[in-house]
Design a protein around this ligand. Structure first.
Ligand code: DON
Length: 308
């Protein structure tokens, strides 16, 4: 990783200058306190080596990045047929919190598991005896794949979103009305808002990502934590829907499976080689980290990482 070590700190400083073009998400009030100028990156190789630069100690909530792993949990718990009878496999072309197509396109199931409507349905499919059991299972799974027993929910961010998330609440009621959501709406949202509020560092994200880069086998213990087929499904959604309406552009400019969140995190992988965690809370108009995307574009083009 010497080639990365040689340039990473300088490139982070250069990309950081772009942060002032972006805005920190404020629709979840607690996120408005995020450090606007921060940019950090951590890269872990499947051999277990690491390199990091910038503000990589910054704590942030996973937000939509958590949807990759709740999808994997639902697939492991219920199987593909059950999951894809309730959520589609296609990009939506709409904003991540849109309800437009739920009414316009039959049969009223969300287009994919990464838009909010889809992720809410996925939360309802996670096995467990009520919301507390499901939340405990989510935290347990996330701790295991991050190799970090102290991972936890950020209760202030959870509370902030739960108090103000009226649009997600309306999406959930709409899905309930359509017969897509079977559980109690507040119970499902309790699980959904919590998994979005799991707090991590770039190093945690990189460690979770490296598991995807290695096809589901923990490169350190050699243990298979996720069936290969489900890693394949998750990585495919990361390419087609992971960066929302900028997924096509990101595929052209970076060419790696990735998932972003409104807290400014991006998790990406170089298959068979690296897991990467990035944080840069200032977002562009599509909801992705401005400085983070810029840094990944540079890394991918200089080191020829695109899978295409
Ligand atoms: O439901 C929400 O709006 C947030 N908890 C997660 C959205 C998100 O991260 C979308 N990312 N770009």
């Amino acid at each position: 990783m010497d080639h990365l070590k040689a340039v990473l700190a300088d490139w982070v400083e250069e990309s950081k200058k772009l942060a002032h073009h972006g805005q920190v998400a404020a629709y979840i009030p607690e996120l408005s306190h995020s450090p606007h100028e921060a940019l950090g990156i951590h890269i872990t190789s499947i051999e277990g080596d690491s390199v990091s630069a910038g503000n990589c100690g910054t704590l942030f909530t996973m937000q939509s990045i958590s949807k990759v792993f709740t999808l994997i949990m639902a697939l492991m718990d219920r199987g593909e047929d059950a999951v894809f009878s309730k959520v589609g496999k296609e990009p939506s072309g709409d904003n991540f919190n849109s309800m437009l197509k739920l009414e316009l396109v039959e049969p009223g199931i969300p287009f994919n598991p990464f838009i909010n409507a889809g992720a809410i349905v996925v939360s309802s499919l996670i096995a467990g005896d009520g919301p507390n059991d499901k939340k405990a299972r989510v935290l347990d799974f996330f701790r295991r794949i991050a190799g970090n027993d102290s991972l936890d929910y950020n209760h202030a961010v959870y509370r902030s979103e739960s108090d103000t998330g009226h649009r997600n609440r309306s999406l959930a009621y709409f899905l309930k009305e359509n017969g897509v959501l079977m559980d109690d709406v507040e119970d499902v949202l309790d699980v959904y808002f919590h998994h979005c509020a799991v707090e991590v560092t770039c190093a945690d994200l990189a460690r979770m990502a490296v598991l995807l880069a290695s096809g589901g086998v923990d490169p350190i213990s050699g243990e298979s934590l996720i069936p290969r087929r489900f890693v394949q499904i998750a990585k495919t959604f990361m390419i087609t829907c992971g960066m929302y309406n900028a997924s096509g552009e990101f595929a052209i400019e970076v060419g790696l499976p990735a998932k972003s969140g409104v807290s400014g995190g991006i998790m990406t992988i170089v298959p068979g080689r690296y897991g990467i965690g990035v944080v840069g809370p200032a977002l562009n108009r599509k909801g992705n980290s401005v400085a983070g995307v810029h840094l990944l574009e540079r890394l991918s083009s200089e080191f020829d990482w695109s899978i295409f």
